[in-house]
Design a protein around this ligand. Structure first.
Ligand SMILES: [Zn+2]
Length: 408
């Protein structure tokens, strides 16, 4: 794939494509066409996802309207209650939230959400954006079903500048009015097979969806382009192991595409020797990393290979917040590759995630390294990566997938 072709794909996909939206479907079709252009037949696999249409959303604080967006799937209704800002949500702080609407920093996590509900929270407000940015953007967030587990109170998301003003003013009383229709729609995975000489195969993944305000160029059209480039390469290069490429939908909504894929293909995953996941590569700035959810030997192999090739890398064992995780949870050893830019040179999940963060030469180089690694695994006399998931990784998977709570 040439630099011009890479840049053209970013130009063609410079639009928001949230999981389950028409734009996500448009991008899935685009990826199928791109494969067809290389003489390869990719297929779309649909899976159901929750969705909601907001009919009415309004946040009033001390009689003044504050611009906000209601949390999708957080239920409908009106709550009128004292407002409290809880920078900490430890047991002592939580004593203060009974019968109140709670303003918290960052995202609302599973354990925190249920603790706040148990302590009597009746509604919640989060904020995003950045007080230093010129925009007043507000992301459309959702209360994920695996977070709410059916316990819903209305939530609003506001801009960071307004959150600061509310706290500065000592805001005392809030009213959330939220009406929404919660339904189901379809999201899509795009699947391409390149059969090898043996039955076992390597599974490549990268998500192509974005969050609500983002073109998702860096996160993660870069990884999607990486998969296209490798599919083009390996369609013409010999490989003993088969290869399957999956462009995942709805990753930004909680890895829904890879979870759906793992559930639908559980039996076939027993023949999967390795998952290679790409999530954010090719940025102008930033370090290259490998995160291995599998045996530690693979970390060392990648480090040795990188040194041999003169490639800078930081490799470690861990659970990556990306599509590799549901596959690793099915026992597939996984490695996620990424180039992580410092936050003051590239931010994601907002309007600033555009192709301006990227360099075609860096894309080519990052893809080149990953392709070399993939080629070695695919042409190994026996792919040496152990299928046994180490205990420390199983434990981390339990934490990430909310089966167990990590003691901080
Ligand atoms: Zn991503």
């Amino acid at each position: 794939m040439t630099k011009e072709e890479i840049l053209q794909i970013f130009a063609d996909t410079a639009y928001v494509r949230t999981g389950g939206s028409e734009e996500e479907e448009r991008c899935a079709n685009y990826l199928v066409e791109k494969c067809a252009g290389m003489g390869l037949a990719a297929a779309i696999e649909t899976f159901p996802v929750e969705t909601a249409t907001v009919r009415r959303e309004r946040l009033t604080v001390d009689g003044r309207e504050v611009t906000g967006k209601g949390y999708l799937c957080s239920g409908s209704g009106t709550v009128d209650a004292p407002l409290v800002y809880l920078p900490n949500t430890d047991p002592c702080s939580r004593q203060d939230c009974k019968g109140k609407i709670v303003l918290i920093d960052g995202h609302i996590g599973y354990w925190q959400y249920h603790e706040l509900l148990d302590s009597g929270m009746v509604g919640f407000i989060t904020y995003d954006g950045d007080t230093h940015y010129a925009d007043r953007d507000i992301d459309r967030r959702e209360l994920r079903s695996y977070v709410s587990k059916g316990r819903k109170v209305p939530g609003m998301n506001i801009n960071a500048k307004d959150a600061v003003e509310l706290v500065r003013a000592g805001a005392g009383h809030a009213r959330i009015e939220l009406e929404q229709d919660e339904t189901e729609t379809l999201s899509r995975n795009v699947v391409l097979d390149l059969p090898g000489r043996r039955e076992e195969y390597i599974l490549f993944t990268a998500h192509y969806d974005s969050t609500s305000l983002s073109q998702g160029a860096y996160d993660n059209m870069t990884g999607s382009v990486g998969l296209l480039a490798m599919a083009e390469h390996f369609a013409r290069a010999p490989h003993d192991y088969g290869m399957r490429f999956v462009w995942c939908g709805s990753e930004e909504r909680g890895l829904l595409g890879s979870k759906a894929y793992a559930a639908a293909h559980e039996e076939e995953l027993k023949k999967c020797a390795l998952n290679i996941n790409l999530d954010m590569i090719g940025s102008i700035m930033g370090k290259f990393i490998a995160c291995v959810t599998g045996e530690e030997k693979l970390v060392h192999y990648i480090e040795y290979m990188a040194a041999e090739l003169g490639w800078g890398i930081e490799a470690r064992q861990g659970v990556y917040s990306s599509d590799s995780t549901p596959l690793a949870d099915k026992g597939v050893p996984a490695v996620s590759f990424a180039r992580l830019a410092p936050h003051n040179t590239a931010t994601i999940h907002n309007r600033y995630d555009t192709a301006d963060l990227l360099l075609a030469e860096r894309m080519e180089a990052d893809i080149g390294f990953i392709q070399t690694f993939a080629g070695r695994m695919a042409n190994a006399a026996l792919c040496p990566v152990g299928r046994e998931m180490p205990e420390n990784m199983k434990e981390k998977l339990d934490y990430y997938l909310l089966r167990k709570r990590e003691k901080k």
